[in-house]
Design a protein around this ligand. Structure first.
Ligand SMILES: [Zn+2]
Length: 74
């Protein structure tokens, strides 16, 4: 059974992955961001900076998809 919240895939990091790192790729339609994966807070920032430097695209963070199913929170 998989846990609802995955662990951060960063080597040696066993914290829960609480953030998805997303970048929009130039030339791709809006609303179709490239998902870099889910990481803990600290590593999401590092991965995001690297992704932005590599793709030169807009960068943002989002809660993992599993956590988005709370209509009452909006
Ligand atoms: Zn981490």
């Amino acid at each position: 059974m998989r846990p609802v919240i995955a662990e951060c895939p960063w080597l040696g990091c066993d914290q829960p992955a609480r953030l998805d790192v997303l970048v929009s790729v130039p030339g791709e339609p809006p609303g179709l961001p490239l998902r870099m994966g889910g990481y803990c807070l600290g590593h999401a920032v590092i991965v995001g900076i690297h992704a932005q430097a590599r793709h030169g695209a807009q960068l943002w963070y989002a809660p993992p998809t599993q956590l988005l199913r709370h209509p009452a929170s909006t």
